[in-house]
Ligand binder design. Structure first.
Ligand code: ZN
Length: 326
């Protein structure tokens, strides 16, 4: 049934999903298995430094052999990401900060921009994950694998010490757990759930904008799920806090990993019971109802006020299209 499994994990249009790897989670404690995988000629490594994957400068290669990890490492942590449908293993290698240097870039002749370089390797360049994803520098499956690598590497960077007693913790389970040898606590990688949703009133949906959004862009409302809350409760609370709209029925649509640093966006539609919006002014600078035709005009880039849809890498883009399809 292996082929059927991989069939179910194809990229399906949302950014950072569809890596198509078998994570082999049942074998993460098997040291011999891991040693063999790491030594395979077809083993591939995602190099991560300071939250950024290292890509090839020209061809945009994203996966590298162990020899390169050893040449510019050694890695602080290696994580088994999974095996592809041919059985080739993919690892993330978190490199020490000293593997890169910051240099001035005068390439535009005027501004002194700071860029990261790998000393002695002009063919390699660290690229921030938003740029990789938004500019489509690599295929969608690769974006998903790089996102997975970034999220787990970031967790190791920020969780070197036991949250229970403060002692340094140790990497185990092929990079998917840390253990404290002093108090014996086990620590697992975090995923922070975020609800993102459209309140729907018949043929209208509610969109808002934060001051930090690109000019003219409106998007779905969103917020972190809190301890003790269901997804449905978080959806209703966030909509009410940000717009004073009251909703009842909540429908789950789809989810998306969002590695900034480690969120899971949970996309929903919610049925609105009230109409009058009061913008909270804190999180949002504006929120309003959009008729179906207006959303179509935004997607077709012919809105009279030049309003813009969220980027197609973001689940908000697909939630809106899902709603448009009815
Ligand atoms: Zn401890």
């Amino acid at each position: 049934m292996k082929d059927a499994f991989f069939e179910t994990t194809r990229p399906w249009g949302f950014g950072f999903s569809g890596a198509g790897l078998d994570r082999a989670s049942a074998r993460r404690e098997d040291a011999e298995f891991l040693r063999e995988l790491r030594a395979r000629a077809d083993a591939r490594f995602v190099l991560v430094v300071r939250d950024m994957p290292i890509l090839g400068r020209d061809a945009r290669e994203a996966f590298w052999p162990l020899s390169l990890v050893e040449a510019i490492g050694p890695a602080r942590v290696e994580i088994l990401l999974g095996l592809d449908s041919q059985g080739a293993p993919y690892f993330a290698a978190l490199l020490p900060e000293a593997a890169v240097e910051q240099r001035a870039d005068h390439s535009d002749g005027f501004l002194d921009r700071r860029v990261l370089v790998v000393p002695g390797r002009e063919d390699l360049t660290p690229v921030d994950m938003r740029t990789v994803a938004m500019q489509g520098l690599v295929p969608p499956e690769t974006v998903a694998i790089l996102g997975q690598a970034k999220a787990i590497a970031n967790w190791h960077t920020r969780h070197g010490f036991c949250a229970n007693c403060g002692a340094p913790s140790r990497v185990t389970a092929a990079g998917w757990r840390r253990e404290c040898d002093v108090c014996k606590t086990q620590h697992f990688p975090r995923t922070d759930p975020v609800v993102i949703m459209l309140a729907v009133d018949g043929e209208r949906c509610l969109l808002g904008r934060q001051a930090r959004f690109p000019k003219g862009m409106y998007s779905a409302l969103a917020g972190f799920l809190e301890p003790g809350e269901t997804v449905e409760e978080a959806v209703r609370r966030e909509i009410h806090e940000e717009s004073r709209i009251v909703c009842d029925e909540v429908r789950y649509v789809a989810s998306q990993p969002w590695p900034f640093p480690a969120s899971l966006m949970i996309g929903c539609l919610a049925r609105a019971l009230t109409r009058d919006i009061v913008v909270d002014g804190d999180e949002l600078e504006d929120a309003r109802w959009f008729e179906r035709d207006e959303v179509v005009a935004i997607f077709e880039k012919r809105h009279p006020q030049g309003l813009l849809a969220p980027n197609r890498m973001a689940i908000a883009h697909h939630l809106l299209k899902f709603w448009l399809k009815g």
